[in-house]
Design a binder for this molecule. Structure first.
Ligand SMILES: *[C@@H]1O[C@H](CO)[C@@H](O)[C@H](O)[C@H]1NC(C)=O
Ligand SMILES: *[C@@H]1O[C@H](CO)[C@@H](O)[C@H](O)[C@H]1NC(C)=O
Ligand SMILES: *[C@@H]1O[C@H](CO)[C@@H](O)[C@H](O)[C@H]1NC(C)=O
Ligand SMILES: *[C@@H]1O[C@H](CO)[C@@H](O)[C@H](O)[C@H]1NC(C)=O
Ligand SMILES: *[C@@H]1O[C@H](CO)[C@@H](O)[C@H](O)[C@H]1NC(C)=O
Ligand SMILES: *[C@@H]1O[C@H](CO)[C@@H](O)[C@H](O)[C@H]1NC(C)=O
Ligand SMILES: *[C@@H]1O[C@H](CO)[C@@H](O)[C@H](O)[C@H]1NC(C)=O
Ligand SMILES: *[C@@H]1O[C@H](CO)[C@@H](O)[C@H](O)[C@H]1NC(C)=O
Ligand SMILES: *[C@@H]1O[C@H](CO)[C@@H](O)[C@H](O)[C@H]1NC(C)=O
Length: 478
């Protein structure tokens, strides 16, 4: 490692290469043509959606210690991280580079990643988030939210951040990124914050991202937040936060496409995974859906919330989500849909199979009566369209309610399809309103609204011949 070259690059000045992008560029026109159960051949696997991936080899590597970092858990290393990344930018067109974080406790404020970078955390390496608010500066609100999620105006930046990037890897030998969020949870509870809390990792407008073999702990707010991203793989990741930690979602794919989340364990104080796409009129105007999301072999628990959630921010639309082999224990709900009048958008083409639930209050909790608006500018006539959700091969023990389904009278849930579902319930079976669908071999017997038999040619309960399932199969056999 040549320290002189580092100095030269640092002296050259910090010129950000900004890739200009206009925000209001994608207005998705949506047609509801759901696949018939036996129609057509399976399409080609979607690129990036759980397709096999080997990590890029980086020809250059530096250690954070080359930049003067001290891993004693007390000295603040923000500048070391920022300088290291700045230096490694110069390798972007030379095959990229790796920033190596050795064993130790590396306290730092927020820093940005860059394209063609691998951040590698050695076994026993812990990146610790600073508990100094000033180390998490305020950045503008996301255009699809119009404001911070919790408070008006901007929001605190994430600990690890990046925008307009391509080919970025966060990996290691199960090192840890610990947000030390407890102080933020206190600030949130005692209402001392002026801006929305920061995420642990947020990647904006980026593509070709891999996050693997790392443990994430104690995020101040949502843990991993890819927004306006595509081609994202999150694999072999552990996410931990105490159950009482407020709104600590695990992973929130937001207005992002070709996202694969697999082989992860998540135990948090909010949804394990929550798929989103912007908030009311801001999300509708931005018009960027979350689509082609695969979730495979994920397990975890959330005593306050859901295994897999959709929304409540879903105004840009959510479609083509494939969930397979998910185990949810000790949680409030298994699968949850949260939306409401004003959201607009849609949730459609959702396929869920091989779901195991254990000690869950409500197995399927779908509501269109969820409130929470960014401001008074929302249009109460913007009704969400929820249709085409197929769920099969579900086993649940110690379940409170099987299903609570509350659609809107003006916009009922349609084409919900349940097949081969067996739940042992304690509190009650199904409670449905403004809901229509089909069912086959469902115990306890579903509400009348879901009691129609699946028609052979009905075209509503689509099969597994989706690009994502095909990609998963290829992945597992490769
Ligand atoms: C649903 O998925 C099928 C194939 O997976 C696709 O052809 C269709 O366009 C999708 N429909 C919507 C509304 O996304
Ligand atoms: C990181 O990127 C954000 C833009 O996404 C910018 O506001 C911030 O100043 C950058 N931080 C550093 C340390 O460069
Ligand atoms: C990684 O570390 C976490 C937290 O210590 C642990 O729960 C998990 O089992 C580890 N994963 C592997 C693959 O060793
Ligand atoms: C809020 O919580 C923080 C962090 O624990 C603490 O330092 C502060 O004194 C609390 N403020 C109030 C008003 O309780
Ligand atoms: C995770 O680590 C294991 C063991 O070190 C390794 O075999 C695997 O390739 C890694 N996976 C990814 C996606 O980085
Ligand atoms: C499922 O994920 C867990 C990690 O949560 C991993 O240990 C296990 O090997 C994975 N199973 C398969 C079949 O890939
Ligand atoms: C069931 O889950 C709840 C949290 O939702 C937990 O408090 C309780 O201890 C769990 N019961 C068992 C038997 O594990
Ligand atoms: C029904 O679901 C169970 C549990 O997932 C599965 O083992 C079984 O194979 C399924 N039956 C059929 C006919 O698909
Ligand atoms: C059924 O759900 C409705 C809301 O959709 C609620 O008002 C009602 O109390 C529920 N019934 C039971 C028995 O929980």
């Amino acid at each position: 490692m040549c320290v002189l070259s580092i100095l030269i690059v640092l002296l050259l000045g910090r010129v950000e290469a900004s890739v200009g992008r206009s925000p209001r560029h994608r207005h998705t026109h949506h047609e509801f043509s759901l696949r018939a159960p036996h129609g057509g051949g399976s399409p080609a696997p979607a690129p990036g959606c759980c397709s096999p991936r080997s990590l890029p080899k980086r020809p250059h590597s530096v250690s954070i210690t080359d930049f003067g970092a001290v891993g004693d858990g007390r000295i603040v290393n923000t500048l070391a991280f920022q300088n290291a990344i700045f230096y490694l930018k110069s390798f972007a067109d030379k095959g990229g580079a790796q920033l190596y974080v050795p064993r130790g406790r590396w306290l730092t404020g927020s820093f940005n990643l860059t394209s063609h970078l691998t951040l590698f955390l050695e076994e026993g390496a812990v990146i610790l988030g600073s508990q100094d608010l000033l180390e998490w500066p305020v950045i503008p609100a996301l255009p699809s939210y119009g404001r911070g999620r919790e408070l008006p105006g901007g929001r605190h930046i994430s600990l690890i951040h990046g925008k307009n990037m391509v080919d970025v890897v966060i990996t290691g030998a199960n090192g840890t990124i610990d947000g030390q969020g407890s102080v933020w949870w206190d600030w949130f509870h005692n209402k001392t914050l002026d801006f929305t809390r920061g995420h642990l990792v947020e990647l904006i407008d980026s593509r070709h991202i891999t996050i693997s073999n790392v443990t994430f702990k104690n995020s101040p707010f949502w843990t991993i937040h890819p927004v306006y991203c595509s081609d994202v793989l999150i694999q072999d990741v552990t996410i931990l936060a105490p159950p009482y930690a407020p709104n600590i979602d695990g992973i929130d794919p937001d207005s992002s496409s070709n996202v694969c989340i697999r082989d992860c364990y998540i135990s948090t104080g909010d949804d394990l995974i929550s798929i989103k796409s912007g908030w009311d009129e801001h999300g509708i105007n931005y018009g960027m859906p979350s689509t082609n999301v695969c979730i495979h072999n994920v397990s975890g628990q959330s005593p306050t919330s859901a295994g897999i959630a959709f929304g409540s921010e879903m105004s840009g639309g959510i479609s083509d989500v494939f969930i397979k082999s998910v185990r949810v224990a000790n949680s409030r709900s298994g699968i949850r849909i949260k939306t409401g009048a004003g959201r607009g958008g849609y949730i459609t083409n959702i396929s869920i199979s091989d779901l195991q639930l254990e000690n869950v209050s409500v197995a399927f909790d779908f509501t269109a009566l969820y409130g929470g608006h960014p401001d008074d500018g929302y249009d109460p006539r913007a009704l969400p369209v929820i249709r085409g959700i197929s769920i099969r091969d579900v086993v649940g023990h110690e379940i409170g309610w099987a299903g609570c389904m509350a659609g809107l009278e003006e916009a009922p849930f349609r084409d919900l399809c349940f097949a081969n579902v067996s739940l042992s319930v304690g509190a009650g079976a199904w409670n449905c309103s403004n809901t229509y669908g089909f069912s086959e071999r469902v115990v306890p017997s579903p509400c009348l609204e879901l009691d129609r038999k699946q028609q052979q040619d009905g075209g509503f309960c689509f099969g597994e011949a989706s690009s994502c399932f095909e990609a998963i199969r290829q992945y597992d056999s490769s």
